[in-house]
Design a protein around this ligand. Structure first.
Ligand code: PXG
Length: 459
């Protein structure tokens, strides 16, 4: 089929996620046909460096035949069976064991789901069930953060703090309260990063006291906000948050959907920040995105209560622990271990990216360049000295993103923040290529902006 035919059918029948349907219909979608390593290819014959690892998930890169073989072998052996009604199957059991070996020491159980959103729905159910079993059903409030992303189901988007999603999706799940995010460049530059980190932790404590300690069930957060803009909190933030939470009897939920499986140079973001979560939603990199699978890693405190005191937990999905997805996830983790992928990010690729990425901070459009592990962000600014932003109508981030795509790099935009999170198998040479493409795109963005401004003044 030709690209135009596929585009026409796409326009006629396909409603894309997070998309202005009408605008895309007019523009037509890019058709990705195949991929290898860190590169995707489109139907026009372009090769594009995938600086986003799909959607933060293709951690091992594309074209891994071992994963294909794990899937086909499992499809032949047992393509489907469920884990309901006192049954299980080898892939689910082995994956559960492997995950608990990799997780922090106090985490020894997992509940499987099909996605990160379902994982966070499961979190909500488990948190409330836990406190009910503890005889504290009044503990209902969950504290989350503005601009957090926890998924797109009703529970996921209610837990998340994305204002545009809330504006479309109400009424939201009640008794979820959002506090300010530790986004220093965006919201905290009147303070030092250290002081701002503590300010944000104090906001959590203030909210706990406002809602009443006895009414607060859990605090949920991503170690580093991903979809919100690759926001690495100031170094003071997590230690201060830990101190606050330790004062009160509140569960800690650390959403590892993006940060898990090596992104930050540890198996989990919680290990990087030395956190002891009660619940850890996971997905994405768990299977390198080859098949959909997610889950919730459950710490001993919650697991013991659910097991010993819970009776039947009325919750689960047809595809919880799907055998083919589980077999691929297990093989994915085995390869990551055998190849030392996580250590490679921590000791070599992360530091290398940090050094190369930091060189972009010199660009006139860049107010800040930050990275951690293999996640990076650039803050585009109109005024480099003050960090002043561009007029929103200019949609500079989207302009830069489109220029990147056209010139062979997937770099995402969140407002005027540019983001990368490439496959963890990227090489040093490919990091050089990524940074060079990003720099060229920044140059071209500056040229186009200058033209727009000139046209506006002559008009
Ligand atoms: N938690 C976090 C931290 C996520 O990033 C989810 C939960 C939900 O996972 P599922 O598998 O239900 O999508 C996510 C997903 C983006 C983007 O544009 C990010 C996500 C999904 C789609 C787009 O950055 N994150």
């Amino acid at each position: 089929m030709h690209s135009q035919d596929l585009q026409a059918l796409d326009r006629a029948h396909h409603l894309h996620p997070f998309t202005d349907f009408k605008a895309l219909g007019e523009e037509g979608s890019r058709i990705v046909t195949h991929a290898e390593g860190v590169y995707i290819h489109d139907s026009e014959g372009n090769r594009i460096l995938d600086g986003m690892a799909g959607l933060w998930c293709v951690n091992l890169g594309y074209g891994r035949q071992e994963l294909v073989e794990a899937a086909t072998a499992q499809l032949r052996e047992l393509p489907y069976y469920n884990n309901f009604f006192k049954t299980t199957h080898p892939p689910a059991v082995k994956l559960a064991e492997k995950l608990c070996q990799l997780a922090p020491a106090h985490v020894n159980h997992v509940f499987f789901t099909g996605s990160g959103s379902e994982a966070n729905d499961t979190v909500l159910r488990m948190v409330r069930r836990y406190w009910a079993l503890k005889g504290k059903p009044e503990k209902q409030w969950i504290i989350s953060r503005e601009n957090a992303y926890h998924g797109s189901t009703v529970a996921g988007m209610s837990l998340g703090g994305m204002a545009p999603m809330h504006a479309q999706g109400g009424p939201l799940v009640p008794e979820i309260s959002h506090v300010r995010q530790p986004y220093w460049f965006g919201e905290g530059r009147d303070q030092s990063p250290e002081a701002f980190g503590r300010t944000c932790a104090e906001a959590i404590e203030a909210r706990i006291l406002e809602l009443g300690e006895d009414n607060v069930a859990a605090f949920i957060a991503e170690p580093v906000q991903g979809a919100g803009g690759a926001i690495m909190p100031p170094a003071s933030y997590w230690p201060a948050v830990k101190e606050v939470l330790a004062k009160y009897d509140i569960l800690l939920v650390v959403d590892e959907v993006i940060c898990g499986f090596g992104r930050l140079g540890e198996w989990f973001g919680s290990l990087h920040y030395d956190l002891e979560p009660d619940l850890m939603p996971i997905a994405k990199g768990l299977s390198s995105g080859y098949l959909p699978i997610g889950g919730v890693l459950v710490g001993d405190r919650v697991a013991e209560t659910l097991i010993e005191e819970g009776g039947e937990f009325f919750h689960g999905f047809t595809y919880s622990g799907h055998p083919v997805c589980a077999a691929v996830a297990l093989k994915n983790l085995e390869i990551m271990q055998a190849e030392g992928v996580v250590e490679g990010v921590r000791d070599d690729l992360g530091p290398y990216l940090a050094e190369r990425w930091a060189s972009l901070a010199e660009h006139p459009l860049v107010g800040e360049a930050r990275s951690l592990g293999l996640m990076g962000a650039l803050e585009l600014v109109a005024d480099k000295a003050s960090g002043g932003r561009f007029d929103k109508r200019l949609a500079v981030g989207n302009l830069c993103r489109d220029i990147c795509f056209a010139s062979g790099l997937v770099m995402r935009s969140v407002g005027d923040t540019m983001i990368i999170a490439p496959p963890l198998t990227i090489t040093r040479e490919q990091i050089d290529e990524l940074v060079a493409l990003a720099r060229d795109a920044l140059d071209e963005t500056a040229v186009r902006l200058a033209k727009t401004v000139q046209e506006e003044t002559t008009a």
